[in-house]
Design a protein around this ligand. Structure first.
Ligand code: AMP
Ligand code: ZN
Length: 451
């Protein structure tokens, strides 16, 4: 995998039985959009690839339900801002969106992590980590009573992101909040005093308050992965300041290079634009499902792009993914029911070489077209690839008998077309499509299949 820190490919191995992976999880004050899901899929694809090669994996993914500042650095906590807007208890909001996050993972066939620690339930660990950082002189209590990490105390600060301390300009805000109490502009808060805030605050040796976002990931990864992370995963936007700060904290706490390999996934655009609430173009997995598309067509479309390149997703590519997925499932359904896998060097190499999923998909397409490969072998090769692709290619295609009502609509549409009543034929198509049917008008007249 390409390691952001050394800017080179690194071999992933297990330092202790299983490969210990930490993936930054969702901030649960809203639904994860298809871009967030691209990043969560990345850790699934890597885990599955490692498992394919015979390694075991321990995966931890945190749930940020406190401490994450707003995107725009306005001085608001995301959870509390949403709570203020909707008048719903912040913890209730968090639990609702956490459940929806898990539902999305299931729909995308993402294997569950070994644990999903919630930040709000790891206060003792975070407070202990902050106390230790103060003891070791990496952190200090600022003039406002909040606790800050002293960026200058960590000699290789900036090595991960390339943002060296001397280049970070004073006056620019790298971090949220009234951080008037810090000594140096690049320092960041580990513990913030409650001030006027009354919700989501905890007692601490420095007074009631709440933790900074970055300390959450250090405390949880060190506790749950036993002081060492073989592989750390997140979206590219987290490289700075989140991961740069996490590295400084974790390494100061363990006295060692805590993370072996840092993997960052590039961002997803939708129809050429960055997804944002303000632009109104945020796409959720539910939107994909509401269009009658299989949720795994999102997984399919994401697999066709390398995780390290920025990707532009569109409805057209999701539609295309949906129909190819169906064709592949049909191919497997037609070729028997055995579950034998056949190893393929090229597919294996593609996955293990910095997760080259487009190459694996190309190889599958070539196998599909290759008339010298028998149906059973094709099936076994597809199933081999599906260990990582996770497209449920062996699920079969829906073949249920349509209801009498649907049969009547189909018949009515044949009549409408014979009478050249195109507007009626179109509206019948829409009704059938809503009922889950896909209609094609070919040389043999009207044909239909389940979506
Ligand atoms: P958040 O819920 O905002 O904390 O983000 C969860 C994960 O999604 C983080 O790893 C982000 O880096 C990642 N992420 C945010 N936006 C995108 C995007 N457009 N494409 C891919 N990943 C993203
Ligand atoms: Zn994190």
């Amino acid at each position: 995998m390409y390691d952001t820190m050394s800017r080179a490919l690194k071999t992933i191995s297990s330092s202790d039985g299983a490969v210990r992976i930490y993936c930054c999880g969702p901030t649960v004050y809203r639904d994860a959009h298809v871009g967030n899901l691209r990043t969560f899929l990345l850790s699934d694809l890597i885990s599955r690839t490692l498992q394919m090669t015979g390694l075991e994996v321990t995966l931890v993914q945190n749930i940020t339900d406190v401490g994450h500042m707003a995107d725009d650095f306005s001085e608001e906590d995301k959870m509390l801002a949403e709570s203020e807007k909707t008048k719903v208890d912040p913890f209730e909001i968090a639990r609702t969106f956490e459940a929806r996050f898990h539902l999305d993972l299931q729909r995308l066939n993402i294997q569950g992590a070994d644990s999903y620690p919630r930040a709000s339930e790891k206060m003792p660990q975070m407070i202990a980590a902050i106390e230790k950082l103060i003891d070791l002189n990496y952190a200090y209590v600022g003039s406002d009573g909040s606790v800050y990490f002293d960026a200058t105390s960590f000699p290789t600060y900036g090595a991960l992101s390339g943002n060296k301390l001397e280049a970070l300009k004073p006056g620019h805000r790298y971090e949220f909040t009234d951080e008037g109490g810090k000594r140096f502009h690049a320092d960041w808060a580990l513990w913030k005093l409650a001030g006027a805030r009354t919700q989501m605050i905890w007692d601490s040796p420095w007074g009631a308050g709440f933790p900074g976002w970055h300390i959450e990931c250090s405390a949880m990864s060190i506790e749950l992965l036993d002081g060492h992370v073989d592989l750390h995963i997140g979206g590219i936007d987290l490289r700075f300041p989140h991961h740069e700060n996490e590295r400084a904290q974790s390494d100061s706490l363990t006295g060692d290079e805590t993370v072996d390999t840092w993997v960052h996934g590039e961002h997803l655009l939708f129809e050429g634009r960055k997804m944002s609430k303000s632009a109104g173009n945020v796409v959720l997995l539910q939107d994909v499902i509401d269009r009658g598309l299989d949720p795994l067509s999102l997984r399919f479309a994401l697999l066709e792009n390398r995780y390290r390149s920025q990707m532009d997703l569109s409805w057209a590519s999701l539609e295309a993914a949906h129909s190819t997925l169906k064709r592949w499932r049909q191919l497997l359904a037609d070729s028997g029911s055995g579950v034998e896998l056949k190893f393929d060097q090229e597919i294996s190499d593609a996955f293990t070489t910095d997760l080259d999923t487009p190459r694996a998909m190309q190889r599958i397409r070539a196998i599909e077209k290759d008339s010298t490969i028998g149906a059973l072998d094709k099936r076994a090769l597809f199933l081999f690839a599906d260990q990582v692709l996770g497209l449920e290619l062996d699920r079969g295609v829906e073949s249920k008998e349509p209801s009498d009502e649907i049969k009547a609509l189909l018949a009515a549409r044949i009549t409408a077309r014979a009478e050249k009543n195109w507007s009626l034929s179109d509206s019948l198509r829409d009704q059938l499509s809503e009922a889950g049917l896909e209609i094609k008008d070919g040389a043999n007249g009207q044909e239909w299949s389940w979506r």
